[in-house]
Design a protein around this ligand. Structure first.
Ligand code: B1M
Length: 222
């Protein structure tokens, strides 16, 4: 890998978003993912290579370290922030169609539930995995999910729930989506849910963490 992409990989892995960011302390004053991305673009590295050779593998490594309990939520949030700073520089290329994404992922925290930290982590890692994200936020009703799927045919849908009370809401949303748009693939996640619950409500897959979520999506994309 070229040195410039190696530096970008490292900035994302260790959560260095830009030069002014004080985190992590050992990289203080050095360029972050934003500057490395701009330098790579200026040097003529294509957005596709930046995504495939630095961003995606770096976030893959972060997700794997998180799954193995080698890093924790704060480090993962900082890595996600660094990834977002880089993605922001690549956004114009996504918009122009120069960069092909693997597909569209509509995500939201289900109706009645306001927890969004886990959902945000999942969206950021899936975005880093090369998907277009439509984040509907928190407290999302069936109608809003259905509306977003209709506007983005073929999108895969992700539902997050953190409360035992909102597991019911998740079940209702899955039933409503499947009744109106039966071909839609639905991924669920969140601390109180598991694979048995996924099967019982008729969702297509359960992912315990962002890494497993991105693996499922990539499998669906072929
Ligand atoms: Co709340 N809360 N909370 N809370 N809160 C919990 C969830 C709780 C377990 C705390 C406790 O009692 N020990 C408890 C739920 C009990 C239960 O139902 N079993 C609880 C409660 C009761 C409540 C309130 C009812 C409290 C009250 O008002 N009396 C209230 C409900 C509000 C509402 O939603 N309507 C409430 C409010 C809040 C805050 C607003 C204060 C705040 C949320 C801030 C925010 O999200 N912006 C909050 C917080 C921070 C928590 C805890 C402490 C942390 C949650 C979190 O962010 N974890 C939580 C206790 C805990 O978990 N230790 C708690 C970190 C996050 C990275 O993990 O979200 O699990 P998590 O996401 C993981 C995986 O689950 C997975 O990937 C992520 C990364 O690994 N994942 C997916 C998540 N979504 C996925 C989707 C996927 C795939 C994977 O595919 C689509």
């Amino acid at each position: 890998m070229e040195e410039i992409l190696e530096k970008l990989f490292e900035a994302i892995e260790f959560g260095k978003a830009d030069k002014n960011s004080p985190y992590p302390p050992n990289l203080k004053g050095l360029d972050g993912s934003k500057e490395h991305t701009l330098s790579a673009l200026e040097a003529g590295v294509t957005p596709q290579r930046i995504l495939e050779e630095a961003l995606i593998p770096a976030m893959g490594k972060v997700g794997k370290k998180f799954s193995e309990n080698k890093i924790f939520v704060p480090q993962m949030l900082m890595a996600a922030k660094a990834m977002s700073a880089s993605m922001l520089q690549l956004k114009p290329f996504f918009a122009s169609g120069e960069l092909k994404t693997k597909g569209t992922f509509v995500i939201g925290t289900v109706k009645g539930d306001l927890h969004d930290i886990g959902k945000n982590l999942v969206s950021m890692i899936i975005e880093g995995g090369g998907w277009t994200i439509i984040d509907l936020g928190v407290d999302v009703s069936s109608e809003r999910f259905i509306d977003a799927i209709k506007k983005n045919p073929g999108a895969i849908v992700g539902l997050s729930a953190l409360l035992t009370t909102t597991m019911n809401s998740m079940g209702e949303i899955v039933a409503n989506i499947k009744s109106e748009l039966p071909e839609t693939k639905i991924l669920i996640g969140g601390a109180p849910v598991n694979m048995d619950f996924c099967v019982s409500i008729g969702a297509d897959h359960y992912a315990p963490d962002p890494q497993r979520a991105v693996e499922y999506l990539n499998k669906m994309a072929g």
